[in-house]
Design a protein around this ligand. Structure first.
Ligand SMILES: NC(=O)C1=CN([C@@H]2O[C@H](COP(=O)(O)OP(=O)(O)OC[C@H]3O[C@@H](n4cnc5c(N)ncnc54)[C@H](OP(=O)(O)O)[C@@H]3O)[C@@H](O)[C@H]2O)C=CC1
Ligand SMILES: O=C(O)CCCC(=O)O
Length: 485
């Protein structure tokens, strides 16, 4: 199984162009969530290795910042090509350590490659300004310059594409980076080192350190050589990193948790809404920060929607991600299974009705049945907490105003979705929802061309789109006088 992936499956850290072990020689085991089998080990590095990686990135930055945008675009295009040429191997590695179906893993690698290509193109359009001067003898230039060394910390649910959104704009802007992948899925992060090498990225531009989150994150956030932290993960950890970044006033981008509502109005095409609901809920077995957490359905179509969603949910094929036809892989670990069980038990004790699923899957391990729960209410825990699993709670509402208020009643503001065939309603609801991403009659909306980022406690800044590269650039105002004009 591992033969195809082996070229990309590194068991060492990349620091200054060298693949190295942890100073202590300690390692972390990586397991396949579908079988519980140990796939291999990666270095359990800490503060000292992170400091050396930052130093390597800072040294490389002095040369890399002077490369042209066209040169960097060429490197990024080669990285894109390496990914597309090796999509099967990279996807297999991703599925083995993360669990998602191979088709989804291939989708993630392809989307990641597309982010890289998008930023290759965007990097060549980092324009400054010449501003009309209020002085006859002076001229005003506004330049955009790379911020410098970037620290990137990523989660286990999209271990490849979350890095693409950070590395792509960083390199395009002329920055260098130190990466810390999630400990449960480090291979897809380390594979970026191989991709970089194959694409001819200069040594030290990309450094990758696995191991202690608090030590590596602590060094990244306190070391003055790091100018920016970009993080995707839980809101709790995002808040820790924000506090730690304050002392050296670093730039930050935060892609944090979500509590996505999915509204279905009486005016909706219910079959289309069910199709969108399945896509928005069950991608990566519900372990996506933009996955629907709460379905709000208007009274007139409630029963029809609930029944149809239940039937679709129970038809999903659960199995190992590597098996042909699998639509639902395992959850990342047993803690995730226990959390889902707790949320279901809480809902049932408060009057929730399980329409399908509700239990661990007969396959064992961390496989869980796709679950639909009707009669959901605001008192149930999943109305406020991220489920991060294949559970669809369905709440009932009567009016449009009520639906908007319920949808916005959360500290999160990442993604939301709604279905309607009423054009006026589409605009009213879209304008009323306090979210960074809105899907209108669509359940999956991410693309490199569009900005991705949350409102409220779901984050700061945007990845992708025109905005994505701006996060990696400083603005410099230059006043040129003494021109004798
Ligand atoms: N918005 C999103 O995309 C995601 C949201 N989540 C939410 O968060 C919950 C917990 O998931 P989890 O993976 O533990 O998410 P975390 O936020 O804990 O982890 C994300 C990344 O941050 C690292 N990290 C953890 N603690 C620190 C720290 N003190 N300093 C620096 N880095 C740190 C992790 O490292 P390590 O792996 O070594 O601990 C990992 O690389 C999920 O159930 C879900 O609700 C999770 C993943 C993604
Ligand atoms: O942050 C995440 O959980 C990944 C978002 C997946 C997407 O790109 O839609």
């Amino acid at each position: 199984m591992l033969t195809r992936t082996s070229a990309f499956m590194k068991e060492a850290n990349l620091i200054g162009g060298k693949w190295v072990a942890a100073d202590s020689g300690d390692t972390l085991a990586v397991t396949n969530p579908a079988t519980g089998a140990v796939l291999g080990t990666v270095p359990n590095a800490g503060q000292a290795e992170a400091a050396r990686a930052i130093e390597a990135a800072a040294t490389a930055f002095e040369r890399f910042r002077k490369t042209t945008a066209a040169e960097r675009a060429a490197m990024l295009r080669r990285m894109h090509d390496v990914m597309i040429e090796n999509v099967d191997a990279l996807a297999e590695l991703l599925t083995l350590e993360q669990g998602k179906p191979l088709a989804e893993a291939k989708g993630e690698i392809t989307v990641g490659a597309n982010y890289i290509l998008w930023f290759a193109e965007e990097g060549r359009r980092v324009y400054g300004d010449i501003v009309p001067s209020p002085w006859a003898d002076r001229r005003i230039l506004v330049r955009k310059e790379p911020v410098g060394v970037v620290g990137a910390i990523t989660p286990w649910n999209f271990p490849s594409s979350m890095l693409a959104r950070k590395i792509g704009p960083a390199i395009a802007a002329g920055c260098t980076a130190v990466i810390k992948p999630a400990s449960q899925t480090p291979y897809s992060g380390l594979a970026w080192g191989v991709i970089a090498e194959m694409a001819g990225l200069p040594e030290g531009v990309m450094n990758i350190v696995t191991g202690s989150a608090s030590q590596i994150g602590g060094e990244m956030t306190s070391n003055p050589a790091v100018k920016k932290i970009t993080f995707t993960g839980s809101t709790d950890v995002g808040k820790i990193l924000l506090r730690q970044c304050a002392d050296t006033v670093k730039k930050v981008s935060m892609e944090l948790g979500g509590n996505a509502p999915f509204l279905v109005f009486d005016s909706a095409d219910v079959d289309k809404a069910v199709e969108g609901a399945v896509a928005a809920k069950y991608r990566n077995s519900g372990q996506t920060c933009v996955c629907t957490n709460r379905f709000y359905v208007q009274a007139g179509v409630y029963d029809e929607f609930a029944e149809k969603l239940a039937r679709k949910s129970e038809s999903l094929k659960v199995g190992p991600g590597t098996e042909e036809g699998t639509q639902q892989g395992p959850l990342i670990d047993m803690a995730a299974v226990e959390k889902v069980e707790e949320l279901i038990a809480d809902a049932v004790s408060k009057g929730g009705k399980v329409l399908t699923g509700g239990n661990r899957h007969e396959l064992g391990q961390s496989f869980f049945q796709p679950t639909v729960i009707a009669n959901a209410t605001a008192e149930m825990r999943f109305s406020r907490e991220e489920i991060f699993g294949p559970v669809s709670p369905i709440f009932r509402f009567e009016t449009e105003e009520e639906a908007i208020a319920l949808a916005n009643d959360t500290e999160y503001g990442l993604a939301c979705y709604f279905y309607t065939r009423d054009l006026g309603q589409a605009f009213r609801v879209m304008e009323g929802l306090d979210y960074g991403l809105v899907g209108v009659n669509e359940g999956v909306i991410t693309t490199p061309e569009a900005p991705f980022g949350g409102h409220k406690e779901s984050g700061l800044g945007s990845e992708g789109g025109r905005e994505g590269i701006l996060e990696y650039l400083d603005t410099k105002y230059v006043c040129i006088g003494g021109l004798g004009l």
